[in-house]
Design a binder for this molecule. Structure first.
Ligand SMILES: O=P(O)(O)OC[C@H]1O[C@H](OP(=O)(O)OP(=O)(O)O)[C@H](O)[C@@H]1O
Ligand SMILES: Nc1ncnc2[nH]cnc12
Length: 178
């Protein structure tokens, strides 16, 4: 299945989690075996071509695609976690979402300084999550030059913000007008 074929498997839910938000829901895509397999294959191929030697995914939906893509590519996976989940000393950063604020944390010892780490998530909207993850990984010594998403919401300009931070952004599909 091509990335274009996958678009019909994304469910759109209006007014979730807040009025005015058009929620692009990947639950339906990952529930369809051929779509899940194709999405993981595309992400893994692109991530491998970027030269990344590890992938990092943001909790929670980034874990679904990131860990599977890393396994497909035969490389390791770094979980970028919501606060208070890791049992070791962490480094963290607060950030803004399209619909609220949150915090991300990593175990800095999972990264070898100078290692090429690529980001994977289901969706980029404002880019707050991906920028926060990039900042965190870089502060632990990672080189972050690429980020891979299933969905880009271009009107929210997150991909532009990430590019301005020196990250090449690649998404399997976009939803203009969000
Ligand atoms: O580009 P942004 O505006 O930062 O938004 C994108 C982020 O929002 C969603 O995660 P959410 O924080 O809702 O958490 P979840 O994965 O636990 O559902 C999505 O999975 C991305 O991580
Ligand atoms: N519109 C949206 N749909 C799904 N996930 C999101 N994360 C941030 N904005 C989103």
């Amino acid at each position: 299945m091509t990335p274009e074929d996958l678009k019909q498997f994304v469910r759109t839910v209006p007014d979730f989690p807040a009025p005015g938000i058009l929620f692009r829901d990947v639950t339906t895509l990952i529930g369809h075996g051929p779509s899940l397999t194709a999405a993981i294959g595309h992400l893994a191929t692109r991530a491998q071509a970027s030269g990344a030697t590890m992938l990092a995914g943001m909790e929670a939906r980034g874990f679904i695609f990131g860990a599977a893509a890393a396994a497909h590519a035969g490389i390791g996976f770094i979980p970028v976690r919501k606060p208070g989940k890791l049992p070791v000393p962490t480094i963290g950063v607060d950030y803004q979402l399209e619909y609220g604020t949150d915090r991300l944390e990593i175990d800095p010892t999972t990264i070898t300084p100078g290692q090429h780490v690529a980001l994977v998530d289901d969706l980029i909207a404002t880019g707050g999550t991906a920028l926060a993850a990039t900042e965190l990984l870089r502060s632990a010594g990672a080189i972050v030059t690429h980020a891979f998403f299933v969905i880009d919401l271009p009107d929210l300009a997150g991909a532009d913000r990430l590019r301005a931070a020196g990250v090449t952004v690649d998404a399997l599909m976009d939803f203009p007008g969000h």
